[in-house]
Write a protein that binds this ligand. Structure first.
Ligand code: ADP
Ligand code: 5GP
Length: 202
């Protein structure tokens, strides 16, 4: 059974850093590459961070129910394609999704066993420092991201786990611990328990 891990965080909290580490160290985890109508940034390539498509294409796919969830974020559409989950299931892998709070809510309704994780920087000051250190955004964008963070953080109570990203190594360990614990939930073990019990039925 494929475990579905939803990860959300205000921009700059360290989500990409932590998710990349998690994926690099666990070959049984797949990343769900979303579809988006936003333009590629910097050296983002189609099919790596996202599949980049036009608004009409997105709407047509949405009308055909190709997305497990979708949302409009900062004026662009983003959606999780159903094939991400199907591919992970076919390979017996688990799936990690980097989606926003609206998408997390939809996915939890659709896939109740999905596990959601909210990542937070330890404080506003530290978040601001990290956004500046990343030196990716203009002053105006940094200010906007900080305002948005204040709103996004209020949704933390929708999530199963909250991770305060202080030290990277501690956060990676905590993420790995969440994945490990979810994999041995009793409901996930049924397939393995049957054959073990059968060995006692003689
Ligand atoms: P997000 O994906 O949430 O927008 P990033 O992973 O790009 O965030 O991290 C934002 C910046 O903060 C990056 O420069 C990253 O190297 C740095 N960073 C991430 N986690 C930590 C941490 N625990 N301590 C210090 N710096 C961090
Ligand atoms: P960015 O454009 O900075 O990569 O992402 C902006 C926001 O969109 C982030 O909060 C990210 O988690 C979210 N996002 C990315 N892909 C999806 C998706 O498929 N669905 C939803 N609902 N949000 C997404």
């Amino acid at each position: 059974m494929t475990n579905v891990f939803i990860v959300s965080a205000p921009s700059g909290s360290g989500k990409s850093t932590l998710v990349n580490r998690l994926l690099a160290e666990d070959p049984r985890l797949d990343f769900s590459i979303s579809y988006t109508t936003r333009a590629p940034r910097g050296n983002e390539k189609d099919g790596e961070s996202y599949h980049y498509i036009g608004r009409e294409d997105f709407q047509a796919r949405n009308a055909k129910n190709e997305f497990l969830e979708w949302a409009e974020v900062f004026g662009n559409y983003y959606g999780t394609h159903i094939s991400s989950l199907e591919q992970a299931q076919a390979q017996r892998h688990d799936l990690v999704l980097d989606i926003d709070v609206q998408g997390a809510r939809q996915l939890k309704q659709r896939i109740p066993y999905a596990v959601s994780i909210f990542i937070l920087a330890p404080s506003r000051e530290i978040l601001e420092k990290r956004l500046r250190a990343r030196s990716e955004d203009s002053e105006a964008v940094i200010e906007r991201r900080l305002r948005e963070a204040a709103n996004e953080i209020r949704n933390y109570a929708d999530y199963d786990y909250v991770l305060v990203n202080d030290q990277v190594e501690d956060s990676v360990r905590n993420l790995q611990a969440i994945v490990a614990a979810e994999r041995v939930r009793r409901i996930r073990m049924e397939e393995r328990i049957g054959p073990i019990l059968a060995t006692f039925d003689r």
